[in-house]
Design a protein around this ligand. Structure first.
Ligand code: FRU
Length: 472
C-alpha cells in the first residue's frame, strides 16, 4: 500500500479494502478520532463491515488502528453500520473525557424478503469508551418494534446530542411505509432509555429514505443535514439517486421542537463534485464545526480506475464550516493541513507549470472574469462568466455521469485546489462552492495550466501525512 501509485497523502483512505461513511467523529482529550465504515476483506463477497479507526493530534498526520467495532453480535450480523460519537466531559474514571458511540446494527434475514417492509432489522447499539480506544460492551437500545408504526425496516444512522437542559436527543434516518424519507427524533434523560418524540419531514416528499442525518448548529442557527435517496429525477441531481445536503431550519427552531419541519425547496447540496456522500460533523475543542464526508459515489463508477486496486474510496479532508449572511454554509479545508506544505512555487499567470508530485495545494486569488485551471490537460476547473464547471476533458474511460458538473456562479474571485494523487477537492469563493472528485492521473508530474486574469497564483507540494496508516 505504502507505494501504491494512487494512494493519498492527506486524505484518509483504508490501509486495505473498502471504506465508506465517516463515523464517530470527535475530539477527545486532544486527540481527533475518525472512525469509518470499513470492510478490510473487500472485494471478497459479503466481506464483514464494521468501523475502522484513525487518530490524529493535528488533523494532518494520522495513524490507523484497524477494524475496532466488528459485526460480531447477532444484532449486527450484516454490518455494524454508521453512527456517531458523543463526548462525555470528565466522565472517565481518571477524570478525563469519555465517549459514547451510537450506531446501527444491520441484519438482513436469510430468505425471500423485500428488505424494505420485511426481512431487515435495524438495531441501535451503544458502546461506551473511557478513552476512544478501549471499547465497552455492546448495549442494545432500540429495535424495530420501538420505532413508530409508520416506519419501514429502514431506520438507521443515529446522531445524538444533549441540550442545555441536559435532555438527550437522537435523530435517526428513516423510510416510512409509503417510501417517503424522514428523520425520527427521540428523547432521553440519560442516553440509555429512549422514547419517540416526533419526526421531521419536508413540506413536500423528498426522496424515499434519508440516510445519515446530522444536526449542524452555526451561530445559533440549526440545519438538518441528510442524504436523501431517490433524487434522480431532480434536474440538479445529475441523474444520481443519492444526494447529500442540508435544510436550514426556520430561525429560532431546533430539531428538538415538536413542530420542526423543513422545506424541500431550501435543500442545498453540500458539494457539487462527483464524489461526496454521508457527511458527518462534530465540534472540536476550539469550538469549530468540522465536516468530513465519504469521497465516493459508486453509483457513477470509476471506469478509469484499474481493476486490481486492493482498496476503495477515501474521506474528504476536514472542512471547517461557517455560516454566511444568506444562511448558506461555506466550507474551507482545516488550516492545519498547511503544515504539510513544502516550498512555495509561483505559478505562471498564464501558461503551464509542472510540479514534481501529484500532491499539491494550489491557491489562486484576485480572479477577474472567465478563468480556467486545468490539471494534466485532463481535469478542467472552468468559470465562463456565468457557470462554474468541473470537467474531465478526456472522457475515454470516464464513467457515465462522471464527465462534468455545472454550477451557476455570478462571479469567481478565488480558488483553492487540493490535489492528492487520486483525490481532488476544489473550493471557490472562500468555500462558498466545494467540489470533490476522485481521478486517476497517469502522468508522473502534475501539470497546472492557468488561463485568465488573477492577481496571484501559487502552489505548494504537499507532504505525506497518512504514511503511518499503511506502515504499521
Ligand atoms: C450510507 C449508508 C448508511 C449505512 C452505511 C452502511 O452510505 O448506507 O445509511 O449506515 O452506509 O455502510
Amino acid at each position: 500500500m505504502a507505494d501504491d501509485r494512487w494512494r493519498m497523502g492527506f486524505h484518509l483512505m483504508p490501509p486495505i479494502g473498502w471504506l465508506n461513511d465517516p463515523n464517530g467523529l470527535c475530539q477527545l482529550n486532544g486527540v481527533y478520532h475518525v472512525f469509518h465504515q470499513y470492510s478490510p476483506d473487500w472485494p471478497q463477497p459479503g466481506a464483514p463491515r464494521g468501523w475502522g479507526h484513525a487518530t490524529s493530534t493535528d488533523l494532518a498526520h494520522w495513524e490507523h488502528h484497524g477494524m475496532v467495532i466488528s459485526p460480531d453480535t447477532p444484532d449486527e450480523a450484516s454490518g455494524s453500520y454508521s453512527g456517531c460519537a458523543l463526548v462525555m466531559p470528565k466522565a472517565a474514571p481518571n477524570g478525563s473525557d469519555a465517549v459514547r458511540f451510537y450506531y446501527t446494527g444491520n441484519v438482513k434475514e436469510q430468505g425471500d424478503f423485500d428488505y424494505i417492509l420485511t426481512g431487515r432489522r435495524a438495531t441501535q447499539i451503544l458502546i461506551e469508551s473511557d478513552d476512544g480506544f478501549a471499547m465497552g460492551d455492546k448495549q442494545v437500545l432500540l429495535r424495530n418494534a420501538d420505532y413508530p408504526a409508520f416506519c419501514s425496516c429502514h431506520v438507521r444512522d443515529p446522531k445524538v446530542w444533549r441540550d442545555a437542559d441536559g435532555t438527550w436527543w437522537m435523530i435517526l434516518g428513516a423510510r416510512d411505509v409509503e417510501s417517503t424519507g424522514l428523520v425520527l427524533v427521540l428523547r432521553s434523560k440519560d442516553g440509555y432509555t429512549w422514547e419517540n418524540a416526533h419526526q421531521v419531514r419536508s413540506d413536500a416528499p423528498f426522496g424515499f429514505m434519508w440516510e445519515c442525518p446530522d444536526r449542524v448548529v452555526l451561530d445559533g442557527n440549526t440545519y438538518l443535514s441528510c442524504c436523501p435517496q431517490g433524487m434522480q429525477a431532480y434536474p440538479w441531481s445529475h441523474g444520481l439517486r443519492d444526494q447529500a445536503g442540508y435544510f436550514p431550519l426556520p430561525a429560532g427552531c431546533d430539531l428538538s421542537d415538536a413542530d420542526s419541519a423543513v422545506r424541500a425547496d431550501e435543500f442545498a447540496l453540500w458539494d457539487n463534485g462527483f464524489d461526496f456522500y454521508a457527511p458527518q460533523t462534530f465540534t472540536d475543542a476550539q469550538g469549530r464545526t468540522l465536516l468530513i464526508a465519504w469521497m465516493g459515489m459508486p453509483e457513477a463508477p470509476y471506469v478509469s480506475a484499474p481493476n486490481d486496486l486492493t482498496w476503495c474510496h477515501c474521506l474528504t479532508v476536514p472542512r471547517v464550516l461557517s455560516r454566511l449572511e444568506d444562511g448558506s454554509i461555506a466550507q474551507q479545508p482545516a488550516p492545519e493541513l498547511k503544515v504539510l506544505r513544502g516550498e512555495k512555487v509561483e505559478l505562471a499567470g498564464a501558461g503551464t507549470s509542472a510540479l514534481l508530485e501529484h500532491r499539491a495545494d494550489i491557491e489562486v486569488d484576485g480572479i477577474d472574469g472567465p478563468f480556467f485551471l486545468t490539471l494534466d490537460d485532463a481535469l478542467e476547473i472552468a468559470y465562463d462568466g456565468s457557470a462554474f464547471t468541473l470537467r474531465f476533458l478526456d472522457t475515454e474511460g470516464v464513467g457515465a455521469g462522471r464527465t462534468f458538473r455545472n454550477s451557476a456562479l455570478e462571479a469567481l474571485h478565488d480558488l483553492r485546489v487540493l490535489v492528492d494523487d487520486s483525490a481532488v477537492e476544489v473550493f471557490a469563493n472562500g468555500g462558498r462552492l466545494a467540489l470533490a472528485t476522485r481521478w486517476f492521473p497517469t502522468a508522473d508530474a502534475l501539470r497546472v495550466s492557468l488561463e485568465g486574469t488573477c492577481s496571484a497564483a501559487v502552489a505548494w507540494p504537499m507532504g505525506d501525512g497518512v504514511r503511518a496508516t499503511y506502515t504499521q
